[in-house]
Ligand binder design. Structure first.
Ligand SMILES: [Fe+2]
Length: 191
């Protein structure tokens, strides 16, 4: 799949609309996980899946989602269209990561994105437990253990993470791919 914008243009767009450092690093984290997932699930589309991850929260600081959660997703899609990068596949993937907007995930890409989003925050939360707070310290086993503790990082939607199986990947492989992806950009995102 050919994206309407390059990775560089996507990164510029991200920085144009999103200023908060936490949102930026979260976007990079989801991009890295999406690239890792694509390497296994859609090797032709690594760049495309990565850009979807990078831009999935593009409207975080502009959509009125605190008043109406359903605006998160469609507002990003509108930004893409207004900027001349309209792309139904990408817009749908971004909207489907927030089913509250009325778009449910249906495709492999959409399932991957809705699973990758909470996984990034979940792994970050686990890293915080360790004295060095590094993603390098996080073990696969502790990810599975914390997953079952529903009160731990309760904001990380377990149900969404589990949707990775609908994208065609087993849970344990998802954990490995995600850990490796975040380790690969650890310095960049302060993990
Ligand atoms: Fe997100």
């Amino acid at each position: 799949m050919e994206a309407k914008l390059t990775r560089e243009q996507a990164n510029e767009l991200l920085h144009k609309y999103v200023k908060g450092e936490n949102y930026i690093t979260h976007s990079y984290a989801v991009e890295a996980i999406m690239r890792g997932l694509a390497e296994k699930l859609a090797p032709e589309d690594v760049e495309y899946w990565g850009i979807c991850g990078l831009l999935h929260d593009l409207d975080e600081e502009t959509a009125p989602w605190r008043d109406d959660f359903g605006t998160h997703g469609p507002t990003s899609a509108k930004i893409l269209r207004d900027e001349g990068f309209g792309d139904p596949v990408m817009e749908n993937a971004i909207m489907a990561h927030n089913p509250a907007c009325g778009k449910n995930p249906e495709t492999q890409l959409e399932y991957a994105l809705i699973a990758a989003d909470p996984m990034s925050g979940f792994l970050k939360a686990i890293a915080q437990i360790y004295p060095d707070k590094k993603i390098a310290s996080v073990k696969h086993k502790s990810v599975n253990k914390r997953f079952k503790e529903t009160r731990f990082a309760a904001g990380a939607n377990r149900q969404f993470m589990s949707l990775i199986e609908k994208a065609g990947m087993e849970w344990d492989e998802f954990v490995d791919v995600s850990l490796e992806a975040l380790r690969g950009i650890a310095d960049e995102i302060g993990l």
